[in-house]
Design a protein around this ligand. Sequence first.
Ligand code: GLN
Length: 485
Amino acid sequence: MSNITDLSLNELVDNVKSKKISSKEITNAYVERSKKSNKLNTYIEQTFDSAIKNSEKFDKSPNLEKKLPGIPFAVKDLFCTKGIKTTASSKILENFIPTYESTITQNLWDAGAILLGKLNCDEFAMGSSNETSYFGNVISPISDNLVPGGSSGGSASALAAKLTPATIGTDTGGSIRQPASFTGTVGLKPTYGSCSRYGIVAFASSLDQAGPMTRNVKDCSLLLEVMSSFDHKDSTSVDFKRPNYCLDLNKNIKGKKIGIPKEYRVDGMPKEIDKLWEKGKEYLKDCGAEIVDISLPHTNYALPTYYIVAPAEASSNLARYDGVKYGLRADGENLIDMYEKTRSQGFGEEVKRRIMIGTYVLSSGYYDAYYLKAQKVRKLIKNDFDDVFKKVDAILTPSTPSSAFKVGEKSNDPVSMYLNDIFTVPVNLAGLPGISIPAGLDKNNYPLGLQIIGKPFDEQNILNIAYSMEEKINFKLNIKDWWIK
Ligand code: GLN
């Protein structure tokens, strides 16, 4: 048999169910590999000993009906884990130990999964390169000077380096799909309301969604099946009949109409991205789908709208970190001084920038000009999608305007960093599902992704399209273990 860590999530599940591999063997294999991965800086907290113990416990009385029977998982450190440090990669939460479990991680454990550890991310999920983390930047296993993308950079890097068979991330403006695209992996942002936000450290509540990050589309479907649930603890959770995404996965997309939005052909986009998009269309036609030119006229306003709405919500969400209720408290001469010192010492530069922008756009006198206007434009962006979805079943775009960049290349230029989100942000603003799948390589052999956007709650459809394309694309990326020490 091939190496355990080379097997896909579905293969591992099948092997456990047919009693060919034990949970302990799998957990051991991932722990051993993870222990050698310090160079990548993916882990913030390792729970290897308890993982091994839990795998032994599972093997003693294995419940093989479970969807993730005894499968180890490392998860983004934005998900609260009861009794286990949860930092959101921020100094202000450096010693925060939640007394409750996020619904998403609870769903994983209920399905039989075992926690391997907590993964690095951008501070409070703000970033596109995993360079804003208080715990240092994450390196992509693809090359020693490459970012893995962000904010779920630790998740993407750990997944690509095979430190975890699959993982979970959160996506507020692209943080699952962009790192997936940078690392040659699959990442899905579900429809807003599909996956519970309960117990996820909040960034921008009207945009945040958790989603699966996996090595292939079938694994993505399985993990979504486990993650997606109605949750009365999240007032924005939607109660709808969730399909068996993995069981119902199929490649029959004959006659599906796929829209190609002309506004996504942005100035200065590398030729190879354009070529990849063209190839994507060909693959779809080969699968029997029909390509339809469409227009999403307000696309240009998505990025400025996002960078008003997201910081506004962030500034409000992050007001709770005041040195009283959670995490760090700095000494101060009086209450106000304590607040100021705690927040100025506890937050990093990017987080402070967002709090300042957010506070500004919400302040009296500027609220109408910025925040209210942004909300109106957000509705127009949503209307664009509603209109085209009367004509097409899904939309195909590139996932990102470039391949992964080098560490430090954009960290001093926030606007160029924000431009990374140009193709992913509209999907969050409209609350739609979007999946990024690896689709090709650039001239440096760095992965490039294509994004499929679907109608609300039509995850099955975009998974099916991705599944058919995956077969045609036959993406192969040989990541060397240069980072193993
Ligand atoms: N890169 C975007 C930002 O910094 C998106 C982050 C995210 O999706 N969490 O806001």
